[in-house]
Ligand binder design. Structure first.
Ligand SMILES: C[S@@+](CC[C@H](N)C(=O)[O-])C[C@H]1O[C@@H](n2cnc3c(N)ncnc32)[C@H](O)[C@@H]1O
Length: 276
């Protein structure tokens, strides 16, 4: 092994020496002839490429939301329902997913917008009995959109790739219900910044329509040692951006955009519902 490694180091350095002298030779040739010198440099694979914002990518301009696009790989989504919804929700955040599912069953309307659907677990389990709902899925992560749309294919959902912190590319009053389940604690900013997204939810809901969902809180709730420890770990990894998120802050942010709202705290999770 070690001799291979030193062999290859030796070869690399020989190669770069010869490249260097070649390019010096061609530089001097070019400057003598006055012709423009082509850039033949090869990027160093160990130095990360600088991020070049792609204007067609809705999350590319805000480095804090890039996490949403990068965290939800297919491998992680494959275990998300069991690990996050099954284990973390009941054991760590102390709000079993059954409570969230009940809220979905009660509040999902005929024209429904799901913001940050993840794997599509809750809509899949809603068990709609009447006419099938018209579902629109909005997410910044292409993987989440693909996975949830595939899982909910029987409802022929529309998909929309967008950043919920920006104006939504959706018409006014188009939905009877909007859900944001376990989304707000992952997005950057305090309640003032996150609350701005409520203005957009209110705009796309018809008058009397319902916003509902859940979010993990980090302030103003009782926490045991395990919860506190794993919350700090989520902050360290950048998975959660809910430092300072309290039930009071959420209540104020909802009240600023909805005439009626209600919050129930279970464990570390706020389950909320508001009427436009
Ligand atoms: C923790 S998952 C929740 C998934 C699902 N709603 C649930 O309850 O299991 C967070 C979801 O929000 C999406 N998301 C996070 N930040 C977003 C943003 N700024 N704009 C749109 N979607 C975002 C993620 O891609 C992901 O689908």
């Amino acid at each position: 092994m070690s001799s291979d490694a030193s062999d290859s180091e030796a070869t690399d350095s020989e190669a770069s020496d010869s490249e260097a002298s070649d390019s010096e030779a061609s530089d001097s040739d070019a400057s003598e002839s006055g012709a423009p010198v082509p850039d033949l440099s090869v990027p160093d694979p160990l130095v990360p490429e600088p991020l070049v914002p792609d204007p067609s990518d809705p999350g590319a301009w805000d480095p804090r939301t890039r996490h949403a696009q990068e965290a939800y790989t297919r491998r992680r989504l494959a275990v998300y329902d069991a690990v996050v919804l099954g284990l973390f929700c009941s054991v760590v955040w102390r709000c079993p997913r059954g409570d969230m599912l009940r809220l979905y069953r009660r509040a999902t309307g005929a024209r429904h917008l799901d913001i940050g659907p993840g794997t599509g677990y809750f809509l899949d389990r809603c068990g709609f009995t009447g006419p099938p709902p018209e579902i629109t899925l909005l997410d910044l992560s292409q993987e989440c959109l693909e996975m949830s749309a595939h899982r909910l294919a029987r409802y022929r959902p529309r998909t929309c790739r967008a950043n919920l912190l920006e104006p939504l590319p959706l018409p006014d009053g188009a939905f009877d219900s909007v859900a944001m389940s376990l989304v707000l604690h992952t997005v950057p900013g305090g309640w003032e910044a996150k609350g701005k997204s409520f203005a957009e939810m209110a705009r796309v809901l018809r008058p009397g329509g319902t916003l509902f969902g859940s979010t993990v809180l980090a302030e103003g709730v009782r926490m045991n040692a395990l919860t506190r420890r794993l919350l700090v770990e989520q902050h360290r990894r950048g998975n959660f951006q809910n430092q300072g998120d309290s039930p009071d802050g959420l209540a104020r942010a909802l009240a600023a955009h909805f005439p009626f709202s209600r919050i129930v705290v279970r464990g570390n999770v706020a389950l909320f519902r508001a009427t436009a």
